[in-house]
Design a protein around this ligand. Structure first.
Ligand code: SAH
Ligand code: SF4
Length: 373
């Protein structure tokens, strides 16, 4: 039981946290390892079915703890095999909140795109999530719970292997603005008794929270993707407002530090192609000048539209030309295939249900806004 008299949720506890929890019940540390295997490897949430745990211990656990997973509200399936789940999140006030999780199957791999916050405060000009406003951070349980649920829904492939091979933190929210909960969730993805994913198969995408990139370089070992979207500060200030606080030179310095510290392979720079805004040949040349000589690759994302946006997708021809100019300029570049746009599951289309936008985070404080009648 925790301080509020609820059962403690074991989902989202890292290995050391779970060891401390079982020690508090008088059990040996290996019990924590058994629990990890049951919860993540086998996807079990019922202690009664964890058959290699002593019966008394199972009963003891059931009295004080549970494995509480998010609840599915709806599921949509795209013609291309992409699946999107809307998951209910308990609201701080009466209004229910919901977030979205997307599974994208490709030959030889399956990528799960998960959310880290209900909404986002950063308000990038071309992002549906940003326009939804912000409610709250997800807990570690709610973040790893998305992987847990998707694994349960997807089952195993015909060879008995898990279908999810990669996880990307590219859904709703800015993961580095919820560092405290994102870090343990990623540790569980990497833990060999958790999801046992290699560090190249877990990718965190950030719009550029520079201090947290330095922190991440010390704390975790995952692939880094950075939402650049513009080759100069004048344009990036307009598209990605956090740039006014952490301009491009500062951001790139943090990225190169990350690579050095992590011995990483490369940083991926995401660049959403907006017709007539950031897609001109001059932009491509300027971008190549910034990245040339570094372990960087650019992923060009065709803009995905949503109701109320003033942007349009660059024509396919402009996107290809942009890629070619980058490659000629000495920078690796690829064009991201748009997936799941018929179910609004493509990059930047995730909206969830941010019904209660009355809470905002100011620094480390959660503040309730006065709501006018
Ligand atoms: N907050 C994080 C991760 C979530 S967004 C970040 O910004 O990096 C995942 C990627 O989709 C980001 O690169 C984001 O800029 C991009 N994106 C947002 N809206 C988009 C849209 N409408 N079309 C295409 N890509 C979009
Ligand atoms: Fe937030 Fe990322 Fe959308 Fe920007 S692009 S508003 S950081 S979710």
């Amino acid at each position: 039981m925790n301080a509020t008299g609820e059962r403690s949720n074991l989902l989202g506890l890292t290995r050391p946290e779970l060891e401390a929890f079982v020690a508090g019940l008088g059990a040996k540390p290996y019990r924590a390892r058994q629990l990890l295997k049951w919860i993540y490897r086998r996807g079990e949430s019922d202690f009664a079915r964890m058959t290699d745990l002593a019966k008394d211990f199972r009963a003891q656990l059931a009295g004080v703890a549970e494995v509480r997973v998010p609840e599915i509200v709806t599921e949509r399936r795209s013609a291309d095999g992409t699946r999107k789940w809307l998951l209910r999140m308990p609201g701080a006030v009466a209004a229910e909140q919901a977030i979205e999780t997307v599974f994208i199957p490709e030959p030889g791999r399956g990528t799960l795109c998960i959310s880290s916050q209900i909404g986002c405060v950063l308000d990038c000009a071309f992002c549906a999530t940003g326009q939804q406003g912000f409610n709250r951070n997800l807990t570690a349980a709610e973040i790893i719970g998305q992987v847990w649920l998707a694994n349960r829904e997807l089952g195993r492939d015909p060879d008995g292997e898990r279908v999810i091979t990669n996880v990307v933190l590219m859904g709703m929210g800015e993961p580095l603005a919820n560092y405290r909960n994102v870090l343990p969730a990623m540790q569980l993805m990497l833990d060999d008794l958790g999801y046992d994913l290699s560090r190249r198969r877990v990718t965190l995408s950030t719009s550029g929270l520079v201090p947290q990139i330095y922190r991440l370089a010390e704390d975790a070992n995952v692939a880094l993707a950075v939402s650049l979207h513009a080759p100069n500060d004048a344009l990036r200030d307009q598209l990605v407002p956090i740039n006014r606080r952490h301009p491009i030179a500062e951001l790139l310095a943090a990225c190169w530090h990350y690579l050095e510290r992590q011995n990483g392979r490369s940083v991926t720079f995401e660049y959403t192609m907006l017709d007539g805004v950031n897609d001109k040949p001059a932009h491509a040349r300027e971008l190549a000048g910034l990245l040339r000589g570094h372990d960087a690759k650019v992923n060009l994302i065709p803009f995905n539209t949503f109701p109320g946006t003033r942007f349009r997708r660059s024509p396919a021809e402009a996107i290809r030309r942009f890629r070619d100019l980058l490659v000629q300029g000495g920078v690796m570049a690829t064009i991201r295939k748009t997936r799941g746009d018929d179910i609004e599951a493509a990059c930047g289309q995730l909206r969830g249900q941010v019904l209660d936008r009355t809470q905002v985070r100011l620094g480390s404080k959660l503040v309730r806004l006065a709501v006018r009648a």
